[in-house]
Ligand binder design. Structure first.
Ligand code: M6R
Length: 610
């Protein structure tokens, strides 16, 4: 997730406006920043790695001439957060500049094709193919307008994008376009803007137009024209008056970042399906060769590791050991050696306990692999191979979208390894791959269909003093995660166990009305045994709340309340949609108690002390 911005002003330089607007978009990403303006028929660029204030201190972003320009604040996906990878990116002639938010899936093929045609690339980004593609179209057809060239270039792209393009040859224009990444236009008397979201221009104007997927907009003077990318036909759309406060705009109208981030999961899951294959392959190769594999993390990331241990075992027949990072050195510090592989998982890439486990393992010559949301973080730097999970910044203290992304990537790794090892049939692989592709829609459906029900559930159980979360198999991890969410933001004590363990002790707590939440997907052998556990609880008067598949009539009958998830999800993938109602439940329980879910007491987003 990055922030893009473009602006045409009637009478003054755009750079200070771009700078202040990018500051408002900084929550979308902040590892590097850049601005391009058009002045005297030339494109001028200032860009560098670092947060906007740091870059401004060095380069004075306000001191650039020109009344047309674009800007970008970056959250690295392809290419490290370095100056050379910062946007805007230009073509070979420096006459076309592009800012981009999204992921171009087929950039390697396009880059190869363009390099063969003589184009020189300087960055490691996917974005750089765009200005070169536009340049190529203009080279082949010198009479084509910038708009035509952008339209033609867009037709070659697979993936997601919101882009803004300027050209020295048509210096009064910005051409912007969108597919699966947000883009809005802002209209004012003496200016026109395009941006990733309203926040960017809200202090200047509240008159906005949403650009839809598959559309391009041409801005010139204070006019705009929207066209369909597929056929270039003009689309008529009137502006709307937006009555959001700037604070509401940063949260895109959601009352809290946590809710916004829960709702972003269809998009962040889509991003995980666009990962560069060779990183997944490389990591799968390391795992394949490893003698012993430890999955090391804290908190929610640990729960992703726990789920992953089931995925690796079931799909790739690889035994892995999920370990709390804070316990790792005590538990395994002496036995780790050159044949050990540590897959460290950390959203921030800066969690002190996780890094301590990594450092201790490195000192004993173990191989370090990393999965993190922050490219450029310590974890990404110390890992032999790392994968960036591409979830964009997560601001709510409670991890939500980054958890489902971690699960999706770990499941993809398990698939790869399975393929390499020939452990499951082609049919099973195909079915899993198909379901994996459907996960963004499935999660979308869960949010759309069940949010109100979950809200009502939170209202019903708002005074409960304690909850049980029970799951089996891979959903033991989901149970742990549901408990953690509820405890950390709603301050409700909760207990989670693999359901089979409950009768070895915890069941003694049960008395009439005790709420027990079961995570109960239908696929796999755990369904039957979980029903047994439900009966045991019910017989002792527990209130059964179950998260089930749509048509699971048997469990519906046993439940006092249930939340439904679309059917047909393979068990190994089920934590991804099944955790979503639990995230919502914790969120609405916090609201019921008058708490701010974004800022739970005593916690920090990134725990950098041991
Ligand atoms: O950045 P990390 O993934 O390493 O963070 C690990 C935990 O601190 C984190 O998951 C924490 O438990 C969250 N508050 C969970 O919502």
């Amino acid at each position: 997730m990055c922030g893009i911005f473009g602006c045409i002003l009637k009478n003054s330089n755009v750079a200070p406006i771009i700078h202040s607007s990018l500051k408002r978009l900084e929550y979308r990403g902040y590892d590097s920043v850049g601005i391009a303006t058009l002045h005297n028929g030339t494109i001028h660029i200032k860009k560098d790695q670092g947060k906007i204030d740091e870059v401004h201190r060095i380069h004075n972003l306000d001191e650039m001439e020109g009344n047309v320009g674009v800007g970008h604040t970056r959250w690295a996906t392809h290419g490290a957060p370095l100056k050379v990878n910062a946007h805007p990116h230009v073509d070979c002639t420096g006459q076309i500049a592009v800012v981009h938010n999204g992921i171009i899936e087929n950039y390697s093929e396009l880059k190869e094709e363009l390099e063969n045609a003589g184009h020189i690339f300087v960055s490691r980004t996917d974005t750089e193919v765009i200005p070169h593609l536009i340049e190529e179209v203009l080279k082949e057809n010198s009479s084509a307008s910038l708009t035509d060239a952008v339209l033609a270039a867009l037709k070659r792209l697979c993936g997601s994008y919101a882009i803004a393009v300027i050209s020295a040859k048509e210096p009064e224009k910005i051409v912007c376009a969108r597919n699966e990444s947000p883009l809005v236009l802002g209209l004012a008397d003496n200016a026109i803007y395009c941006a990733s979201d309203l926040t960017a221009f809200l202090p200047m104007t509240n008159k906005a137009i949403i650009v839809n997927d598959g559309e391009l907009a041409v801005l010139s003077g204070s006019n705009y024209e929207i066209k369909r990318i597929s056929d270039g036909i003009t689309v008529v759309r009137q502006p709307k008056i937006i009555d959001w406060t700037p604070e509401m705009a940063v949260k895109q109208g959601y009352p809290h970042f946590m809710l916004k981030e829960i709702h972003e999961q269809p998009e962040t899951l889509r991003n995980t399906l666009r990962l560069q294959e060779h990183y997944l392959d490389l990591m799968a190769t390391f795992l394949d060769r490893a003698n012993e594999v430890f999955l090391v993390a804290c908190g929610t990331s640990y729960h992703a590791c726990l789920a992953a241990s089931y995925m690796f075992s079931k799909l790739a027949f690889l035994a892995t050991y999920p370990v709390y990072a804070s316990e790792f050195v005590e538990q395994h510090g002496k036995s780790v050696n050159i044949d050990s592989t540590i897959l460290a998982v950390s959203q921030s890439g800066e969690t002190a306990d996780t890094l301590a486990a990594v450092t201790a393992s490195q000192q004993r010559a173990a191989t370090i692999l990393g999965l993190t949301n922050v490219i450029g973080s310590t974890l990404s730097r110390v890992s032999r191979v790392y994968i960036g999970q591409q979830s964009g910044p997560e601001i709510g203290v409670a991890a939500t979208k980054t958890f489902t992304s971690q699960l999706s990537i770990l499941a993809q790794l398990a698939f790869r390894l399975s393929k390499k090892r020939g452990k499951i049939s082609q049919d099973e692989m195909d079915c899993l791959a198909e379901k994996m592709e459907q996960l963004p829609q499935i999660v979308e459906a869960v949010i759309l269909m069940q949010e109100e029900k979950v809200k009502a559930l939170a209202h019903k159980y708002k005074d409960a003093k304690i909850f049980f979360f029970l799951g089996r198999g891979v959903n033991t991890a989901t149970a742990y995660e549901g408990r953690l969410k509820l405890m950390e933001i709603a301050y409700v004590p909760a207990i989670a166990f693999p359901a089979g363990e409950s009768k070895h002790g915890p069941i003694s707590l049960i008395e009439p009305g005790f709420p027990v939440i079961f995570i109960c997907p239908k696929d796999g052998v755990t369904h039957k045994t979980l029903i047994g556990n439900m009966m045991e609880m019910k017989a002792r008067g527990a209130s059964i709340i179950s998260i089930i598949e749509e048509d699971d009539e048997e469990v519906k009958k046993l439940s006092d309340d249930y939340i439904e998830v679309p059917k047909g999800i393979p068990e190994v993938l089920s934590p991804i949609p099944f955790v979503v109602p639990l995230q919502l439940f914790a969120y609405y329980m916090a609201l019921e108690k008058g708490l701010n879910p974004d800022m739970p007491r005593n916690l920090a987003k990134s725990v950098t002390v041991k």
